[in-house]
Design a protein around this ligand. Sequence first.
Ligand code: CA
Length: 312
Amino acid sequence: MRKIAVLVVAMVWLAAACATDSSNGASGTADTASITTIDPASTTTVDPAPTTTGSEAVGTSEPVPRTITVIEVYDHDSAYTQGLEWIDAGRWNGHLLESAGQYGESRLRIWDPLGAPDGPPASLVETELSDDLFAEGATVVGDRVWQLTWLAGRAFVYDLDTLEPVDEFDYESEGWGLCLLDDVLVRSDGTDRLWFHRPDDFEVVATVQVTAEGRPVEAINELECVPGAESEASRRSADDRIWANIYQSNSIIAIDPESGAVTDMVDASALVPPGFEGDTDRVLNGIAYQPDTGRFWLTGKRWPVLYEVEID
Ligand SMILES: [Ca+2]
């Protein structure tokens, strides 16, 4: 077992993570976060950049630096990881769900990181996508799995036991990360915006702009929803957080889903495999939270390793 203490480099990431302006930010100013609630019963078309409704700057507090401690290192393979999640119920309890991207390589699979300690992961069940689709984030919702595609605007729903496709929904904007927070699906689209969807029909119910110290944080990528201590199926907790990779950086952030404010940040630079630094196709991407241990599983695009870590 290898243990590596990773000290956080204070705030260096922030200059890169925080854009000076927002590429889709017609909705707001640099010091104003937007939370837009959309009534699904009265709305069929959703503006991809809803109008800012708030006037009070939020997310102005400095994010708390957090530290990663590696508990164990496991083998991974050359999968272009776009989504990673720990399954904690049902037939695949204690296994990893992984969505891998790229045209001609896209797939969804379930595997056991503990089952093959000396070799690359062998899928216990796997579904390939057609060559014209680029898979993105994925998450478990009850006995179903939801999976996004990058540009196609198509979300696929699978049976969790078999990964057989059972349904499909359309959405606006791009598909990047996906996770389930209490009873709402959260989607990123590569900008500073998070979209909240009803899981029964993928209707958009709200959006929020991600900000750090009052400034937009662009390129939000893979997501991991971590319910707070008091969270219940249909009730939010003040401690609910959405953890996220920032594309082409080694930073991981925690986001308050209500305000969009970044509350915590981690520099994971020390986890990047040798030779991968600066390679935009081999960046950190993949966050899974294991509820019974409170630990995270981290990997990246084409990374040969998968880390089990504690974030303190
Ligand atoms: Ca995830």
